[in-house]
Design a binder for this molecule. Structure first.
Ligand SMILES: [Zn+2]
Length: 379
């Protein structure tokens, strides 16, 4: 990946490029920001820039053998660590290499993907969480102690270090404290909250903020081949998060469908007519699982934005024109208590749908609970 392939983030790119030009590459860096802002693509482009044989002042060449191998994730001196689920066998303790093929496939489809998307992708419908285990730290030490193949820097990209268990983090800490020469750790994290403070204090922070609306619009227009107006609408509601924008609507038809279903969900729940509620649960149960998940994600956003509207902050609410019109009448029902209750139900539904529960049963419960929440009075 080249810097040019990344949407926006010009100041972070410049910071990373300058560190190479000025020859002050810090040996442990924490690239911190939501996945959808591009934190992992930035780490990939940085690794490629550092090892490019013909880099310019602005980017890697994309053509030399290093660039080609790094973009295929097959460069022997750029290593990856990421959370992985258990394997079927209890005797095999999985490490990242166990899942390298899947990882390569995942990144080639969406380098902006989230932890949950990765886990869903690698799990194949099974219900397990990803962890970075202590065996992984041993593997990291082993890899970094070997002589580099041909690169100036050996680079270890650790994605989601939040998912390291304590033993793994402690072993890694030693390595960060006493690094091998010419090795570089790039920790790519979404939140610093779950990272050991001792690790945080030994890494240099590279903060990745949301993508600017106009840059995101450009990126979406290119990625989805949609009109400028549709791309602007999507950008406006995605809070600078490319991955989220892609989830909201890989086509504007999805966005429209989600909006229609959301209106129906809220009206039917509020009406509390059992027959209508069951009929809607059946209808929602029939759409495919990915669409159900996309609809639930969409609904969570709508509830959040209507709450902002309800709190009399209309300028901060992010709506398309039609959504905004609907919110004029709907937002009075979304006060903090009902918003919290509904968000909890949507989240629960997402969890169960992801784990292959029956859509009809899940939605039946959700509709009923949303109805109760909408009819509750604000304190
Ligand atoms: Zn190159």
């Amino acid at each position: 990946m080249r810097f040019a392939d990344i949407i926006g983030q010009e100041s972070v790119k410049q910071h990373l490029i300058n560190s190479v030009k000025d020859n002050r590459i810090s040996h442990a860096q924490l690239i911190l920001g939501r996945e959808g802002y591009g934190s992992l693509p930035l780490a990939l482009a940085y690794a490629q820039y550092i090892n490019c044989q013909h880099r310019t002042d602005t980017d890697s060449c994309g053509e030399c053998p290093s660039c080609r191998q790094i973009s295929k994730l097959s460069f022997p001196d750029v290593h990856f660590v990421f959370p992985v689920p258990p394997t079927g066998s209890s005797s095999v303790k999985p490490i990242s290499d166990t899942y390298m093929d899947k990882w390569t496939e995942f990144l080639s489809q969406n380098p902006y993907g989230s932890y949950q998307q990765w886990i869903d992708f690698v799990n194949d419908g099974k219900n397990s969480q990803g962890v970075i285990r202590v065996e992984e730290s041993s593997e990291i030490i082993h890899k970094l102690s070997m002589k580099s193949f041909n690169a100036e820097y050996k680079i270890m990209i650790i994605w989601q270090p939040e998912k390291m268990n304590g033993d793994a983090a402690n072993r890694l800490l030693k390595l960060i404290e006493e690094p091998y020469p010419k090795t570089l750790f790039l920790l790519v994290a979404e939140s610093s909250e779950f990272i050991l403070p001792t690790i945080l204090s030994r890494t240099q922070l590279v903060k990745v903020s949301r993508i600017g609306d106009s840059e995101l619009t450009d990126g979406l227009q290119r990625a989805l081949n949609i009109s400028r107006t549709d791309a602007e609408s999507l950008a406006r509601i995605s809070e600078g998060d490319f991955n989220r924008a892609m989830q909201y609507g890989s086509s504007s038809a999805d966005l429209l469908q989600n909006f229609e279903l959301f209106k129906k969900l809220m009206r039917t729940s509020y009406s509390f007519k059992v027959q209508d509620m069951v009929r809607l649960a059946e209808e929602l149960g029939k759409i495919n699982r990915e669409q159900q998940k996309s609809f639930l994600t969409y609904s969570e956003r709508m509830v959040r934005e209507n709450l902002i509207m309800n709190r009399h902050l209309p300028n901060m609410a992010r709506f398309t024109a039609d959504e905004g019109e609907f919110a004029q009448k709907f937002s009075p029902f979304i006060h903090p208590q009902s918003a919290l209750a509904i968000a909890k139900e949507l989240d629960k539904a997402y969890y169960h749908i992801s784990r292959n529960a029956s859509g009809k049963i899940v939605f039946c419960d959700t509709i009923f609970k949303i109805g109760q929440a909408l009819r509750s009075k604000a304190d």
